[in-house]
Design a protein. Structure first.
Length: 423
């Protein structure tokens, strides 16, 4: 079977790495891909939201399965585009319908879904520019800190957590009337703050049945001790040590089952990943957010632990037979550390040569923001290279990742040296 992976980051390199290991895969294409995917698949210079060009590629290369990495094409309706086209409708697309993708595309839609299906989450209200004064009054009913979320997609950066009520009111105004996050913040969700420790749970569903993938914890802030600006993610650890069997049982019964059953009840066509961002408050899980694809860098820690053939899993998704799968998971811990460009998540330079990749041993290298230029691997993004390592103890796995990162070099390279500090 010929397979296409859409995307260019670390998540997509991980998908490519796993799919390339499958005997069920004949030819593997990645659009647009990066320097890492180029080594194990064929990169094609097609944008993830250029649906006509994707169709052309699928027909030309006789592609039978499309794995969608990022959220943008999903929110823009790539699954519907395939389903409604006679030439494409038999192709298996791993990713939900446009309606299903609203779980990530709109914070308000997600909150309404959670409330409709009695899934535990924080209290909230949403506001627009017309109701900004009511939003300020609602803030006064809450205790600090104050959580403001841009309703639309803001590349993981549209959430503000503020300690001071006056600052919260100012930022609400900035988001709604001054379009701080552009169109993404035309509507803002204000939420009660939940105090606890966060984790992510990943589910693969065929629209009826599901399998639960390993848990992970990612580190979003640029600075050590979780300080500084939010990033796309500085690293991840899987599994999460505090998510024991009893806690996972609560997650399954209170969150995963009602989520999948809710999708079925509402006739939402959903074949793909559900990434559930959770917080452990006391001993109870509550949902912070849904994403409709795998996370990045969590994928780089979670997928290497899946021993079951990934293409076979995806075929079961396409055929709605996931209930027949016995998911096999590597019981060791996997840890991923992300190296980033100097200046990230603000202004940074691209095109810096990366050396030392071939010196890394006993760890897996995933390219996040790289490209080939004149035969050399150079930086092409804020997050550049992720290094994933295994061990029975996550601390030992982290040690391996850190030792290997010391062999990597590019100008102004930065990474966090404190991952796992809160575990």
């Amino acid at each position: 079977m010929n397979i296409l992976v859409l995307g260019s980051g670390g998540r997509e390199h991980t998908f490519t790495y796993k799919i390339a290991q499958s005997d069920l895969c004949d030819q593997l294409f990645v659009a647009p891909g990066n320097a890492g995917t180029a080594a194990i698949a064929t990169n094609v210079a097609v944008a993830v939201t250029d649906f006509p060009a994707i169709k052309e590629l699928v027909l030309k290369e006789n592609i039978k399965m499309v794995v969608v990495g990022p959220e943008d094409p999903l929110v823009q309706g790539i699954s519907d585009f395939f389903a409604n086209d006679n030439d494409l409708k038999k192709v298996i697309v791993i990713g939900p319908s446009k309606e299903g993708a609203q779980l990530e595309g709109s914070k308000e839609y997600a909150k309404e879904f959670l409330f409709r299906h009695n899934i535990p989450t924080a209290a909230y209200q949403s506001f627009t520019a017309a109701t900004v004064e009511e939003g300020k009054k609602f803030l006064e009913t809450l205790n600090a800190p104050y959580v403001l979320k841009a309703d639309g997609l803001a590349a993981g950066k549209g959430v503000l957590i503020l300690q001071n009520i006056e600052e919260a009111k100012t930022e609400l105004e900035n988001m709604l009337t001054n379009k701080k996050f552009g169109a993404a913040s035309e509507k803002v969700v204000i939420e009660e703050f939940l105090d606890g420790i966060e984790l992510s749970v990943f589910v693969l569903t065929d629209g009826k049945n599901y399998v639960t993938l390993p848990t992970a914890k990612d580190y979003k802030r640029i600075g050590e001790g979780d300080t500084g600006l939010n990033t796309g993610g500085m690293g991840a650890i899987s599994p999460v040590p505090f998510a024991d069997a009893a806690f996972m049982n609560k997650i399954e019964n209170q969150i995963i089952k009602p989520t999948v059953e809710g999708l079925v009840k509402e006739n939402i066509d959903y074949k793909g990943f559900i990434f559930i961002g959770l917080i452990k408050v006391g001993n109870d899980p509550k949902v912070i957010e849904y994403n409709v694809r795998m996370g990045d860098p969590e994928t780089e820690a979670v997928l290497p632990r899946v021993k079951t053939d990934l293409v076979s899993l995806f075929q079961h998704v396409g055929n709605q037979t996931l209930d027949q799968v016995n998911l096999e998971i590597d019981l060791r811990s996997a840890t991923t550390v992300m190296t980033v460009s100097g200046g990230y998540p603000e202004a940074y330079q691209k095109g810096k040569e990366i050396t030392g990749i071939e010196a890394i041993s006993d760890s897996i290298v995933f390219h996040a923001g790289t490209k080939l230029e004149g035969g050399k691997v150079v930086t092409n993004g804020g997050r550049v290279i992720a290094v994933t390592s295994f061990d029975n103890d996550f601390r030992e796995a982290l040690k391996k990742s850190y030792q290997n990162i010391e062999k990597l070099h590019f100008d102004k390279m930065y990474y966090r040296k404190d991952l796992g500090f809160d575990l």
